[in-house]
Write a protein that binds this ligand. Structure first.
Ligand code: NDP
Length: 290
């Protein structure tokens, strides 16, 4: 069936989202602060609203995809949201999402927060692995799901409106660690007669093989058993980190991306070498939590 919605925000991501709804034959009203960005979409069938208020008034389902939470506040300032379903796909923190949910509910809207786990090229491209985390109103999610899943798959992670953002940032944070490690690895071979493209498949394969740590750490954090079945113990890993740091030194590479984690493991070991020496590295999580 032809469904209708409004979209506020036609940046790279908003534009990619918009195209999928238009391509699927839905009725889409768009608004962007800089009107010129709506031109191409108008040619593809979108109705262009003259103001954010007009865009909100045009549909019961309102999706926003703006730069940050401040832009969402600015764009929706003073607009009547009574009876609306507001879906916020703008990246923000969990606290921003919870505050925005309360803000929307005070104005009479149901609220769903989203964290997009995709780049614009992965939107409308099933099979590329992109999806959106959603949290907040389950009723909104259930009733609008058909439209929400046009751009990408969905994963509803609970009624706490902050949890989509929390999942989003948790995954991105882990990715950041991987980017840092890979950057350090490439720095180590800079200037050597090892081609980055020859190291690349080895790095990918190794990171895949070490992926077991993810599930392993989850089990240990649940059981609080950091020692059973450990085959790479913390005392050995800390000793081994010296080799990693000296290699960086020999290669003339700053170890700044790896030392924070090494320091954390050293602290865990030093706190009680007899108790922690036989653990794996998961105990570092407990040192991070303030
Ligand atoms: P862009 O920088 O391409 O677009 C930003 C959008 O926000 C534009 O529509 C811009 O309007 C609007 N905007 C900024 N400030 C204001 C304001 N004060 N009032 C009204 N509108 C404002 O960003 P993207 O489209 O790439 O990203 C949008 C959201 O999607 C972000 O939260 C981002 O984190 C998230 N996201 C993006 C991904 C990506 O790879 N691009 C991946 C996953 C999530 P104007 O055109 O007038 O400047």
């Amino acid at each position: 069936p032809r469904l209708s919605l409004s979209l506020l925000g036609l940046g790279d991501m908003g534009t990619a989202l918009a195209r999928t709804w238009l391509a699927a034959g839905h009725s889409l009203t768009v608004w962007n602060r800089t009107p010129a960005k709506a031109g191409a979409l108008a040619a593809e069938g979108a109705s262009v609203a003259a103001s954010a208020a007009d865009a909100v008034a045009a549909s019961a389902l309102v999706v926003v995809c703006l730069l940050d939470d401040t832009s969402v506040g600015a764009a929706l300032e003073g607009i009547d949201l009574t009876g609306k379903d507001l879906v916020n796909l703008t990246t923000g923190t969990p606290a921003e999402a919870r505050a925005r949910a309360a803000w929307a509910e005070e104005r009479g809207a149901r609220y769903l927060d989203g964290g997009i786990m995709a780049t614009p090229t992965m939107i409308g491209a099933p099979g590329t692995g992109g999806y959106v985390f959603y949290s907040g109103s389950r009723a909104l999610f259930d009733s609008r799901r058909a439209l929400l899943e046009v751009p990408a798959g969905s994963r509803f992670v609970g009624e706490n409106p902050g949890h989509a953002a929390l999942h989003d940032v948790a995954l991105l944070s882990a990715m950041w660690g991987m980017f840092a490690g890979v950057s350090h690895a490439y720095a180590l071979i800079e200037g050597e007669d090892i081609a980055p493209k020859d190291l690349a498949p080895l790095l990918s394969e190794w990171l895949g093989a070490m992926g077991f740590f993810v599930g392993n750490a989850a089990e240990r954090l649940t059981s609080r058993d950091f020692t059973s079945g450990v085959v790479s113990n913390l005392a050995m890993q800390v000793a081994g980190s010296g080799t990693m740091l000296r290699t960086a030194e020999e290669q003339g590479v700053s170890a700044e991306l790896v030392t924070p984690y090494v320091d954390l493991l050293r602290r865990r070991l030093a706190a009680d070498p007899a108790a922690h020496g036989g653990e794996d590295t998961t105990g570092a999580v407990l040192l991070l939590k303030r």
